[in-house]
Every structure is written in C-alpha cells, then in structure tokens.
Design a protein around this ligand. Structure first.
Ligand SMILES: [Fe+2]
Ligand SMILES: [Fe+2]
Length: 170
C-alpha cells in the first residue's frame, strides 16, 4: 500500500500554492532531479530498476499537469511563450511511450533512459531559467491556472488511489 512518503505519488496538499502554481512545478522538478540522481548513481541493479520506474512515473505525471493545464493556461495569455517547451514535451512523450512496458533489463532501456534524463533535465532547467522568470516578469495573475492545477492534481490523486485500491483487491 502506498504511503505518504512515497516519493512519486502526488499527495493531497492542504495548501496547494494556488496563487503561485510555479512552486508546484518546481517541487516536481526537484523530485525528478532526485530520482535521476538516484538512477545514475546507484550500483545496485535493483535500486536502479526501482528508480527508473519511479522516474518515468514522476515525469509522466508532471508532463500531464503541464500539458493538460499549465501550458494551455499560459497559451491563453501568450502562445509564443511556450511553443518551444511544448515541442520538447512531444520528444519526451515519444521516449516515454517507447519505454512504457519495456523491461529495464532490455539492452535498449539503459541508453533510452540516459537520453530521457538528458532531455528532461535540460528542459526543466530552461523552464526554470527562462520560462518561469519570463512569467514572473510579465506579472501575470496565475491564480486561475493555479486553481485548475489544484483540481487536476486532486483528481489525479483520486484516480491513482482508486487504481491502487483495485490493485490491492486483486
Ligand atoms: Fe515542461
Ligand atoms: Fe516542468
């Protein structure tokens, strides 16, 4: 059964940063970096396999949040701000789709994980160094986007809880 210290599962937040939703994205980015470090630095095949699964899940969840809510919200304000980030996401989504269900012992998995990690780390760095400061500078009110993200995340937590209940009952 999942616990609240599961590093991947989004936990319900009493105080989702509705007025500053970028904080929620930064929190995800930190988690992705931590799991990428774990994957790259462990000597244990078992830990590596587990880190790969968690990392893929963390990237997937974060991408859904950005693609489903954050990017469309920003696009309403200024489509030019995020076009290149959306392109990055297409490439990462392709890699995720190929890795999905691939056994981590598969010879192709390791180079593909390395490619995924390099692409994602570079992308999140650009979001943090360029996109987020640009949004701050534009002094946009992100509260509407924040409320949508809060609802999206709550829904995701609910869905995952349902899935894990179903899994536990099998
Ligand atoms: Fe992104
Ligand atoms: Fe991001």
């Amino acid at each position: 059964m999942a616990t609240t210290d599961d590093p991947v599962r989004p936990v319900p937040h009493d105080a989702f940063p509705v007025r500053n939703p970028i904080q929620a994205l930064l929190r995800d980015h930190d988690m992705v970096r931590k799991l990428a470090d774990k994957y790259q630095n462990t000597q244990s095949a078992e830990v590596k396999k587990q880190a790969a699964t968690q990392l893929i899940q963390a990237i997937h969840t974060h991408s859904r949040l950005e693609e489903g809510v954050f990017y469309p919200g920003v696009r309403r304000v200024d489509p030019n701000l995020i076009a290149r980030y959306e392109e990055d996401h297409l490439a990462v989504d392709d890699l995720l789709a190929t890795l999905h269900g691939m056994p981590m012992i598969d010879d192709r998995a390791e180079p593909m994980m390395r490619e995924l990690i390099a692409a994602v780390l570079s992308h999140i760095r650009q979001e943090e160094e360029q996109l987020f400061p640009e949004l701050k500078q534009a002094a946009l009110d992100l509260t509407t986007i924040g409320l949508e993200m809060q609802a999206f995340e709550a829904n995701l937590v609910h869905l995952q809880a349902q899935l894990s209940d179903q899994g536990a009952r099998r």
